[in-house]
Design a protein around this ligand. Structure first.
Ligand code: R5P
Length: 305
């Protein structure tokens, strides 16, 4: 097999360039145009022939466009003779739809996993929403986590009075991980009910750590409603006066930033798995290029995805 080639999708242009820089290579040239009916026409430089190709594309909004682009980039590389093809998907869309919650529904995650599995030899995911991705994807996966780097960025802002808040039951394991990394003992859980994508309700708190400094952690911020209702209930029950927020993936859709900045924030930490907007003072965007470059080196080095 030849050397490493990095192919950048439009969902990760800047990030993919940073990854290529970490590896001391130039990204492969691509060309893309959209026909008047919306169809994509995509091509890659013939230099990918015999290369160990890594296509980097986050599936942020518009998620379906990025998904089609990713599989078309993979197809272009395959047809051009890539020796091996790995999709690096810093943010995996549809990961929250991992099961049917009512009869008659499609399972979006299974569809995406099947689609990607048909196009690539392996994939790299960053803090995916569900941990059991190996049993869903039919190709070898490398799952990397930004939690240690996010925790390092939070460390100067936490003290013994900080309590880690899981904004729903699904985030408890994540909250425990942050607590361990930050050497904090207290974790509290918000009872959350999601009625729809735009209607989230917090009905109570599990854990008695009142009046301490809340650090709310989640895998992703989409509309910000989960964290907003969590802060609301913390203000109501604990009279909390300021909050720290942390999540790997910041989608910030549907007025999320405006929604979150209505609360007194000490800061917010997200990664650049998706292009980050301007965040409030005290915030930080943690770069995941070193994490992805490390995964690429491991995969290229040991010959397995
Ligand atoms: C849900 O299970 C996820 O972990 C997040 O809590 C949720 O998807 C965030 O979405 P939003 O920001 O729209 O509440």
């Amino acid at each position: 097999m030849g050397g490493i080639a990095i192919v950048c999708g439009s969902g990760s242009q800047n990030l993919a360039h940073r990854v290529a820089k970490q590896l001391d290579i130039q990204p492969t040239e691509t060309r893309s145009r959209v026909f008047p009916d919306g169809e994509l026409d995509i091509g890659v430089d013939p230099g990918v022939r015999n290369a160990d190709v890594f296509v980097i594309d986050s599936l942020g909004p518009p998620v379906n466009d990025h998904l089609v682009e990713l599989v078309m980039l993979a197809d272009a590389c395959r047809r051009t003779g890539a020796a091996r093809l790995t999709a690096i998907v810093p943010y995996l869309a549809y990961a929250r739809k991992d099961r049917r919650t009512s009869a008659g529904e499609a399972v979006g995650l299974a569809v995406v996993a099947d689609l990607l599995g048909a196009c690539v030899d392996g994939a790299v995911l960053v803090d995916p929403h569900v941990p059991q991705m190996d049993s869903i994807f039919g190709v070898p996966l490398e799952v990397v986590s930004a939690v240690p780097d996010i925790a390092a960025s939070l460390a100067p802002h936490v003290d013994d009075d900080t309590v880690v808040i899981a904004p729903d039951l699904g985030a408890v394991a994540l909250a425990e991980r942050y607590a361990e990394k930050l050497e904090l003992s207290a974790v509290t859980v918000v009872r959350k009910t999601r009625h729809s994508g735009s209607h989230v309700e917090a009905t109570g708190l599990i854990g008695k750590n009142g009046h301490r400094r809340p650090l709310l952690v989640d895998d992703m911020i989409s509309t910000g409603r989960t964290l907003a209702v969590a802060m609301e209930i913390l203000q109501e029950h604990w009279s909390s006066e300021s909050f720290l927020l942390a999540a790997t993936h910041g989608l910030f859709v549907d007025g999320a930033l405006e929604r979150l900045t209505q609360y007194p924030l000490d800061g917010m930490v997200v990664t650049d798995s998706l292009p980050a907007p301007d965040l409030p003072p005290g915030s930080e965007v943690v770069e995941i290029a070193p994490l992805l470059a490390g995964a690429i080196r491991r995969i290229h080095g040991d010959g397995q995805a």
